[in-house]
Design a protein around this ligand. Structure first.
Ligand SMILES: Cc1cc2nc3c(=O)[nH]c(=O)nc-3n(C[C@H](O)[C@H](O)[C@H](O)COP(=O)(O)O)c2cc1C
Length: 136
């Protein structure tokens, strides 16, 4: 199994309502493909962790790279792993922009939930916390 982490920058045409669409698509499709992960949004950038079978992640990344809602995507790590960090989370979105984003069903989290932080290894925790600070 692969755990891949990338960062990207929102496209000039991006608006925060698109977060809801991304979350809906991601959670439905990822559940079908047994992909788990976390999507952080800080107001300017995304940082996403994707966990799943190598071929599934490769196919998914081909789609994500081409997605016009963001650009400048850079893979920052890709490791073979035996265990999932985000077991059961087909895509959790943490909005760390400091502003609540209106969600019809209140699906969006503001801030990084403590239970998420608690599940991360120390380097992952540092990575997420640094990411949370680069937006403002
Ligand atoms: C930041 C970001 C994260 C995304 N994460 C996922 C994801 O985890 N799973 C997924 O299926 N699609 C994700 N998408 C959406 C895909 O880019 C793509 O739109 C979607 O898979 C539908 O692909 P299709 O239009 O080729 O059918 C993400 C898009 C963005 C901008």
């Amino acid at each position: 199994m692969i755990r891949l982490i990338y960062v990207s920058t929102i496209a000039p045409t991006f608006n925060e309502k698109m977060l809801i669409d991304i979350l809906h698509t991601a959670s439905t499709r990822n559940a079908e493909k047994n992909v788990t992960g976390l999507l952080l949004y800080n107001g300017s950038n995304f940082m996403q962790t994707l966990e799943g079978d190598a071929d599934v992640i490769a196919e998914l990344m081909e789609r994500i790279v081409k997605d016009p809602r963001h650009d400048g995507l850079i893979v920052i790590s890709e490791d073979t792993v035996n265990e999932r960090i985000f077991d059961g989370w087909f895509m959790m979105l943490a909005n760390v922009s400091g502003r609540p984003v209106e969600a019809e069903h209140g699906a969006l989290v503001t801030g990084m939930p403590p239970e998420v932080l608690a599940r991360l290894s120390e380097p992952m925790r540092a990575l997420c916390q640094n990411f949370n600070m680069i937006s403002n």
